[in-house]
Ligand binder design. Structure first.
Ligand SMILES: *Cc1c(COP(=O)(O)O)cnc(C)c1O
Length: 456
């Protein structure tokens, strides 16, 4: 297995609670892992967003961060790195991805228009709809088969996009946004061939084409591994080719920026840049910091360079693939093929004795905490299903999944073995796991604040 190209210099203790303490903690959290305190968790796989470790070089740069209000040295370091990576003539800093979405969609989209995507991420979907436009997903057909090992299940359905653009709704399409990798659909990558086809269609119909590029480096790595003709190219060159195809991008730099906060918008169009900049200054901060501190900009400037290191990406991809192999060997099926930033457990198949209304994904996630102090996120009917007023499930989600997100440079092989062993023990006796019912839900974004109780 490829060795990670770093050693550990600074460590943080993690908690080991007893089984009784974990049961009490989960009960007090209303059986919702989002409500747990982080110091009640042994291995935290809730999200890969902002949870990575920084490097000595990043912290060294942060120490000399320039906190000037306008024109800080740190801003120009960030700008130079992002412009060199993406090639976009205009770069606007934002504090995280969704701020960039709000500014871009609020400026570019008009009420009644349609934003088309391979799959909108949840905040992206929300920000499209807040602009008054409609968010429409056109994932490729292979994405619906969780077991298929097609290499690019993150692709958009090009024929469906062509039909939409040429059809009666074509005039209403205001933006095509490709999410690389496809976080909403199993962390699956998008091929360069797919991006080229999207670009050609967008050119033909005069529609702006943007990337939601939170995992630009991980997508590039999977292109290099899986797409013919790319094996000899560097991840940085492949990422650049993707950026070159699009008119601009929004990036949450909490992922492949290798830092805990940050984001940016990249643009070619001068007029769109001027309008986004005005919005940015009014709502996020002046256009040389965008809500970020100088030390954040410094960490990001180093991070976007470190993240495209083939040795780093190769080791990270191998670690995820190895965890995937350990989990499937233990008898737990996952969405295939394994991506890089997360694995998606097929809880519906592991717990067939639970109906969708008993939330098998949530049950499996809770069991991972009860048995091993492991925290993860349900992506099934609790998150995506529709409910009636009594919190009863009306329409289940298409799949009952649990996402194990992998923070960058944080956990070692031993931690992953521990996760696999905990899952293996669950898979030996899945029948003992009971379902859950909802006790109370918040008005929106249910999964964050919902409270539940175990069924007898
Ligand atoms: C995380 C993420 C976002 C939102 O970014 P934040 O930094 O969390 O606001 C948007 N799109 C994708 C694909 C993401 O993964």
């Amino acid at each position: 297995m490829p060795l990670p190209p770093y050693r550990i210099k600074v460590v943080e203790p993690i908690a080991f609670l007893s089984a009784e303490e974990r049961a009490a903690a989960l009960g007090a959290a209303g059986y919702n892992p989002f409500n747990l305190r982080a110091d009640q968790i042994t291995v935290d796989l809730l999200s890969d967003s902002g949870t990575g470790a920084t490097s000595a070089a990043q912290e060294g740069a942060a120490a000399v961060g320039d906190e000037s209000y306008a024109g800080a040295r740190s801003w120009f370091r960030f700008l130079d790195e992002v412009a060199a990576l993406t090639g976009y003539p205009h770069v606007l800093p934002v504090h995280q991805g969704r701020a960039g979405e709000r500014i871009l969609f609020g400026t570019l989209l008009r009420p009644g228009q349609i934003c088309v995507s391979n799959t909108h991420f949840d905040t992206t979907h929300a920000n499209v709809e807040l602009s008054g436009a409609e968010a429409r997903d056109l994932p490729c057909a292979e994405a619906a088969d969780l077991d298929s090992r097609e290499p690019f299940k993150g692709n958009i359905d090009v024929a469906a996009l062509a039909a939409l653009l040429a059809g009666p709704d074509g005039e209403r399409v205001g933006l095509v946004l490709m999410t690389i990798t496809n976080n909403g659909l199993g962390a699956q990558p998008v091929s360069m061939a797919n991006l080229r086809a999207v670009r050609a269609l967008c050119r033909e119909h005069g529609v702006p084409f943007f990337l939601d590029a939170a995992r630009f480096a991980e997508n590039a790595w999977l292109v290099r591994e899986r797409e013919p003709g790319y094996a000899g190219r560097t991840p940085r060159e492949i990422a650049r080719e993707a950026f070159d195809l699009a008119d601009g991008c929004v990036i949450s730099l909490k992922k492949d920026g290798l830092a805990s906060i940050g984001g940016c918008i990249g643009l070619r169009d001068d007029d769109l840049h001027a309008r986004c900049e005005a919005n940015l200054i009014a709502t996020e901060g002046f256009s040389t910091y965008g809500g970020l501190a100088g030390h954040d900009l410094e960490r990001l400037a180093v991070g976007v360079r470190e993240v495209v290191d083939p040795a780093y990406l190769g080791a990270r991809a191998a670690a995820t693939a190895n965890l995937a192999r350990m989990i499937t060997d233990a008898g737990v099926e996952i969405v295939q093929p394994a991506g890089i930033h997360a694995l998606y457990l097929n809880a519906g198949r592991l717990l067939p004795h639970l109906s969708a209304a008993e939330f098998p994904g949530h049950s499996l996630g809770c069991q991972l905490y009860l048995d091993g102090g492991i925290r993860c996120a349900e992506l099934g009917s609790l998150y995506l299903g529709t409910m009636d007023e009594q919190h009863r499930l009306v329409t289940p989600a298409p799949f009952e999944l649990v996402r194990l997100a992998i923070p960058r440079r944080v956990y070692t092989q031993e931690h992953f073995e521990y996760v696999a062993e905990t899952l293996a023990a669950i898979a030996k006796d899945p029948e003992r796991i009971t379902g859950y019912r909802i006790v109370s839900t918040p008005p929106i974004l249910r999964h964050f604040k919902v409270r539940l109780a175990p069924l007898p």
